[in-house]
Design a protein around this ligand. Structure first.
Ligand SMILES: [Zn+2]
Ligand SMILES: [Zn+2]
Length: 786
């Protein structure tokens, strides 16, 4: 045997006797900013392993050296409860390395300097069990402390001013740590190791209660809590400063109090979110499935839409016109302390005036909410980023975000291929979010709001500037909607020295699903919503696209009808209704013959005539395939209202009453005009609807038949498209798919036909998901045409 081989085999024998091994392990998933490296450190030290751990662009890399069995045990423990609660391991790859002689310790190394690490800033997280236990423990020095937190919970994103994510760069810089807190902060074996917001009653933020003029009522923590609870149980409205902004709170079992809040908030119709401190309490009012329970109790602690229980004692005015309650569990220590005072369930709605941004500053709260709230429970920890509560519902038995904000932002989506240039996606004008693409991350902002409100627009611009710095992005490629009237489009087009791309609205919707599921397409894309500017300048809204991240083709759409009065068309149901009636009956349509139907929808006969004339003469009208507006018209026909006081109010009311056991539907027409996309027409549907309403068919039945008709149209598009393209994956996106009755039915029908069905889960299917779709499409186009 040659000498070298002999040495190697000797080494091999030696190692197998001692079982000494060295491995490099690359771990991906949610492993940064969640206390992963200290956890690795603790486990490695306990097992007597040497080596190091560090963050890099893909996740966490570690090298371990020691007995083979101990390395194996390390890997088991890393996936067990020893792993930090917020960590999620997606992949774990190990390669063997040569053993390094003389290494005798395990260290946390500074991050890999080649390339930026993943975003250091993580999301705000609901108070963990360990902290709750300490808060309830009279012997603990944080007993009853309303700002208790640790590496596994507490504020993050909402308090960061700049990076690196260290205490001096957060709003906690105002508080110097006491000795006890500092000792925990610097002890790598402690649960609070490098927990930037660590604090206690001796050194940290404090709460106080004031009246609506800002006059102090109480400052001693336990008295503040007790007095706040007394006010609430007394039917008073209290503004409570939380993690991401103010809530307006009121006893949800007191209808008079809830109505008073509604009146003062000038928000007549939108359902209010509610909070309770246990699943058992929520179950008194709503149906909580196992999955819903899991989401409610998750570290993100979102608002979850749950089916209402009949005859519950919740104030009727808390959530009328919908069949669900939006519930969340307490998620900040202050909430838990408050609920200990015999409070059962609170309305906890965003502290703002109508559609303005959430309020997060004490002075501003007193000024703006002084007429709404009777008392103010405030604290002196500044909220730097306002973040609304996130909202989750269930589609086809899976959780799906309807509003992505607190605790989900700024977690990025990781894409396979890194972007060669930084990208900024401006989003849309309604339910705006924006998104950055940088290297292999897409970082989407929290829900910003509707940009038509001046304050929201101002917040949009400031947020873009702030997050651009926070994530160190320098976008040279800008992507926005095709709509020339969108403020987001105008903003994007105004930016100097950049390459601008405009992406069609419904294509971006489909793109958002593709990127979420790690696909590039092509797929059959069904995009349905209220308004999206089309390439032919019509307003699209019920579309079948053959779409990928690099291209799309319009395969089919709902036949156009005319819509009069651009701004008002999405609010007043009479407008789409008249457009649809005229399309259906053509020249035979006479307003007088429909007075029985129209009178209650638009009592002003003169106005009916004006709209009718507008449609005839095509003055200020657009051609549209909007599906959202058809829902408005049908809701109005069966007496559910005539005006959308908030987006999709009428469609939601229509969904809420749909009878569950109806399989009937209305007739459809499919056209295939040469050289044009396929079109489904609604003339037969409208005729039959009118006849059902006239013969006083039950509203729940009409609603179900209408929903079934729309599912049939969408299924029809998919079937025809598959027969011509061989594509078998169907992607659903757009605001209409927030409708659970429709989406669940359609998904079922599609699956029965053998389609693979994909929809939004991590991002909203409404316009809140638009920016991530735009960013994904732009990233792909930049790759193709750098
Ligand atoms: Zn904790
Ligand atoms: Zn302290």
């Amino acid at each position: 045997m040659p000498f070298r081989a002999l040495v190697q085999s000797t080494v091999h024998i030696y190692e197998s006797v001692m079982k000494i091994k060295r491995q490099r392990i690359l771990i991906t998933g949610r492993v940064q900013g969640v206390g992963f490296r200290p956890a690795v450190y603790r486990i490695a030290r306990t097992l007597g392993l040497c080596g190091f751990v560090c963050n890099d662009t893909k996740g966490v890399t570690l090298e371990l050296q020691g007995e083979e069995e101990k390395i194996a045990e390390f890997l088991v423990r890393l996936r067990s409860d020893d792993k930090p609660p917020l960590a999620e391991i997606k992949s774990c790859e190990a390669v063997d390395l040569a053993v390094i002689d003389g290494e005798d310790e395990f260290i946390i190394k500074a991050s890999d300097s080649e390339g930026t690490a993943l975003s250091q800033v993580t999301a705000d997280i609901a108070t963990c069990r360990d902290c709750l236990a300490e808060m309830a423990d009279k012997k603990d020095f944080r007993y009853g402390y309303p700002f208790i937190n640790c590496t596994n919970c507490g504020p993050r994103y909402s308090i960061v001013k700049t990076i690196p994510y260290d205490r001096p760069n957060t709003t906690m810089s105002a508080f110097a740590m006491c000795e006890r807190c500092a000792a925990q902060y610097s002890d790598v074996t402690d649960r609070r190791f490098h927990a930037q917001p660590v604090a206690c009653s001796a050194c940290g933020p404090k709460i106080s209660l004031t009246d609506n003029k800002g006059k102090t009522i109480e400052t001693q923590t336990d008295k503040v809590i007790a007095e706040t609870a007394r006010l609430l149980l007394d039917g008073k409205v209290v503004a409570i400063k939380g993690l991401g902004g103010f809530h307006l709170a009121v006893d949800a079992l007191n209808n008079e109090a809830v109505e008073r809040l509604r009146e003062r908030k000038r928000r007549d119709h939108k359902p209010f979110a509610m909070m309770a401190d246990s699943i058992a309490k929520i179950k008194e009012y709503a149906i909580v499935s196992r999955l819903a329970e899991k989401v409610l109790k998750s570290p993100q602690s979102p608002i979850v839409l749950l089916p209402k229980k009949k005859n519950s004692s919740i104030a009727p005015s808390a959530a009328s016109g919908v069949d669900t309650f939006g519930f969340m569990l307490c998620y900040a220590p202050l909430h838990f302390l408050l609920f200990e005072q015999n409070i059962k369930v609170l309305v906890m709605t965003s502290g703002n005036i109508s559609d303005e941004p959430l309020i997060c500053e004490n002075e501003q709260a007193l000024q703006k909410l002084g007429d709404i709230a009777d008392g103010f429970l405030m604290h002196d920890r500044e909220i730097y980023r306002r973040v609304d509560d996130s909202i989750v519902h269930f589609v086809d038995g899976e959780p799906a975000l309807l509003r992505r904000a607190r605790s989900y932002v700024p977690t990025p989506i990781l894409v396979e291929e890194a972007c060669s240039q930084d990208i900024f996606a401006a989003g849309g004008d309604l339910k705006n979010t924006f998104c950055f693409a940088k290297q292999n991350q897409l970082i989407c902002s929290e829900h910003i709001g509707d940009l038509e409100d001046a304050e929201v627009y101002h917040h949009y611009i400031n947020s873009i500037e702030h997050l651009q710095k926070l994530f160190e992005v320098e976008p040279k490629v800008i992507v926005c909607d095709l709509h020339p009237g969108y403020l987001s489009t105008q903003y994007a087009l105004s930016l100097p020295d950049v390459r601008v791309m405009q992406v069609q609205h419904h294509w971006a919707h489909i793109g958002s699903v593709l990127v979420e599921h790690g696909l590039v397409g092509p797929v059959i894309g069904l995009a349905c919503d209220g308004t999206g500017y089309g390439t032919d300048r019509a307003i699209w809204g019920c579309e079948c696209l053959i779409a990928s991240l690099s291209d799309f083709e319009r395969f089919g759409h709902l036949a156009y009808y005319s819509l009069a009065g651009s701004d008002k068309a999405s609010k007043e149901a009479i407008r789409p209704l008249l457009g649809l009636l005229k399309k259906t009956y053509g020249n035979n349509f006479k307003l007088e013959e429909f007075s029985w139907l129209l009178e209650s929808i638009e009592p002003d006969i003169k106005k009916q005539h004006v709209i009718s004339e507008q449609l005839d003469k095509r003055i200020n009208t657009v051609e549209t395939s909007s599906l959202g507006r058809v829902f408005d018209a049908v809701a109005a026909m069966i007496g559910l209202g005539n005006y959308n006081h908030f987006e999709a109010q009428l469609p939601m009311a229509l969904e809420a009453i749909a009878a569950v056991d109806v399989e009937d539907r209305y007739e459809l027409e499919l056209f295939s005009p040469p050289g044009e996309p396929y079109q489904f027409g609604l003339r037969e549907t409208v005729r039959q609807l009118v006849s059902d309403v006239q013969s006083e068919v039950d509203a729940g039945t009409i609603s179900a038949k209408f929903h079934n008709t729309i599912s049939e149209i969408l299924l029809g598009f998919a079937v025809v498209c598959r027969s011509e393209t061989d594509l078998n994956a169907v992607v659903l996106s757009g605001g209409v798919f927030c409708n659970r009755y429709l989406t669940n039915r359609l998904v079922k029908l599609l699956k029965e036909e053998g389609f693979r069905v994909l929809f939004n889960q991590d991002f909203p299917s409404n316009d809140g998901g638009l920016s991530v779709g735009q960013a994904a499409i732009a990233a792909n186009l930049v790759k193709c045409k750098p």
